[in-house]
Ligand binder design. Structure first.
Ligand SMILES: [Cu+2]
Length: 509
């Protein structure tokens, strides 16, 4: 790192001190909460399960507030607009705070779900209510849960139903007939990421660092999504959103009742990631800013409250646990570990500048630059030892999504001449939050990278220890219900600036 750890600690500490002196407390602090409850999987729930009955009651009451008292923060639309809002909805206090594309993606949504759950308890009158979660990563569960699919419930409109999810409401498997098959693969990729944050987005489970802000300023996105956000989370939004569904757009996603079960699951999977001994939250000293960042929410009385990330972690863990949590997930920071070393990224190969993806499968061999070849070979031959092992990344750079593209991609790396399969799948490309529906869109497009180390090693081993020529496949799929054949007839061009191969090494001190 360019700055010494001591200097960084000093700056972080000084910032906090100054802030508490000059910034008046605009917001109240939240009240402490009652007994801990358990969040359970929706998979085991009948449509008249008490949890779903309470949820329906609350949604109806909250939607009634939308009409009777649109400035009430407990209203359904008000709550959804805290995530993102359409221009037509105007501006209100506490709106458009969703953190995407930075290292607060997970804690911000944890706080959002935490307060929403409190509000549902209040609005349903059920103290026992805890949000169910939708574990779409499990076998057979990549289908919209049945209680959310029927327009009617007991002869009345079903509050869990949203008619904007045309395909998902049919109850078929989301992402059907694709080579990777299900969200399980994507979750597997995210789970294997070892660090919560680092300067390399492909290696950051929780996302990239961005600077801490003082309220009311919002932290900015870093441009690239972290591993958990990119693998499965974004694709799930696309799959449920379909053609023009609210779930497919960050500005409207939280209007869909399933949004909250999706994010309960993203939150639960964070705990499953932390179950692994080597996985940690950011370093409490070096990355103190992560813990100190504050966010505004509304509590169940409609009062605005402000919480630091530390406080969100503490309160959420006290109030709710997931039924498969093996222990109380520590809100307390882990003990300080060895200082992380900055990884170095060098380009070792590329296809060619100025390419385009589209509605037909893209496939091209990726050339390895002659002068960097020895370096790549040496790295691949080196023993794979923990955080210092070399990593090979594949990057699709400068992707410019068209505004109306209802498609996602699956990316594969094979030995040249071989067809893509589950075994060569390296991850997805999604346009969720990239289509200009998020506030900060880069004219240069965005880059989506993949850790292909294991895949490249497998191909090398299968080829008697010699790295074969590699081929990249980028396979499009419609999220609007078109088959791959129907999609191929469309004429959509998605310019990209290049597809490159990078080598990431950690310089030893
Ligand atoms: Cu989301």
């Amino acid at each position: 790192m360019s700055e010494s750890p001591n200097r960084r600690v000093f700056l972080a500490t000084a910032g906090v001190t100054v802030a508490s002196v000059v910034t008046p407390r605009l917001f109240a602090q939240p009240k402490d909460s009652p007994v801990q409850g358990t969040r359970e999987s929706v998979a085991g729930m009948d449509t008249d399960h008490p949890t779903l009955v309470s949820y329906r009651t609350a949604i109806e009451a909250m939607k009634k507030l939308d009409k009777d008292d649109p400035t009430n923060p407990l209203g359904w639309r008000y709550q959804a607009n805290m995530h993102g809002a359409l221009k037509a909805d105007g501006e209100k206090n506490g709106w458009k705070w969703c953190m995407h594309g930075n290292w607060w993606f997970l804690p911000w949504h944890r706080g959002y779900v935490y307060f929403f759950e409190k509000i549902v308890r209040k609005m349903s009158g059920s103290e026992a209510f805890r949000l169910p979660y939708w574990s779409w990563e499990k076998d057979g569960q990549n289908v919209l849960p049945a209680p959310f699919r029927d327009a009617k419930y007991m002869d009345k409109d079903n509050p869990l139903f949203d008619d904007s999810r045309v395909e998902a409401n049919k109850g078929g498997p989301l992402r059907p007939n694709t080579q990777s098959g299900s969200f399980a693969f994507d979750w597997g990729i995210a789970l294997a990421i070892e660090q919560f944050t680092t300067t390399v987005p492909e290696l950051a489970y929780g996302g990239l660092r961005t600077p801490k802000t003082m309220l009311p300023a919002k932290p900015m996105p870093a441009g690239q999504h972290g591993g958990m956000e990119h693998n499965a989370h974004d694709m799930l939004h696309d799959a449920v959103g379909g053609d023009a569904g609210v779930m497919g757009d960050t500005r409207t996603a939280a209007r869909d009742p399933i949004f909250w079960l999706h994010h309960a699951n993203v939150d639960r999977l964070w705990n499953r990631w932390l179950d692994i001994k080597e996985h940690h939250l950011p370093d409490p000293t070096d990355d103190k800013d992560w813990y100190d960042q504050e966010f505004p929410y509304f509590d169940e009385t409609g009062e605005q409250v402000v919480l630091s990330v530390s406080k969100i972690l503490e309160l959420a863990a006290k109030e709710s646990r997931y039924d498969d949590d093996r222990r109380l997930v520590a809100a307390a920071p882990p003990a300080a570990r060895e200082k992380a070393v900055e990884p170095k990224v060098v380009s070792v190969g590329a296809i060619q500048p100025m390419l385009a993806l589209g509605t037909k499968t893209f496939s091209k061999p990726i050339g390895i630059t002659e002068d960097t070849k020895p370096k790549l070979m040496a790295a691949l031959a080196a023993p794979r030892a923990g955080a210092e092992a070399p990593v090979v990344l594949l990057r699709v750079e400068g992707i410019k999504p068209p505004k109306d593209a209802r498609l996602t991609f699956e990316v594969f790396v094979t030995k040249k001449g071989e067809k893509p399969s589950k075994k060569s799948y390296v991850g997805p490309i999604s346009f969720f939050g990239r289509r200009g529906d998020h506030e900060h869109v880069d004219d240069e497009g965005f880059t989506q990278g993949f850790d292909v180390t294991n895949q490249v090693q497998k191909l090398r081993t299968a080829n008697k220890g010699v790295l074969p020529e590699l081929e990249v496949f980028v396979v499009p799929h419609s999220t609007a219900g078109l088959s791959d054949e129907e999609l191929a007839k469309k004429d959509v061009v998605i310019p990209i600036s290049n597809i490159t191969l990078k080598l990431v090494t950690v310089e030893k001190k």
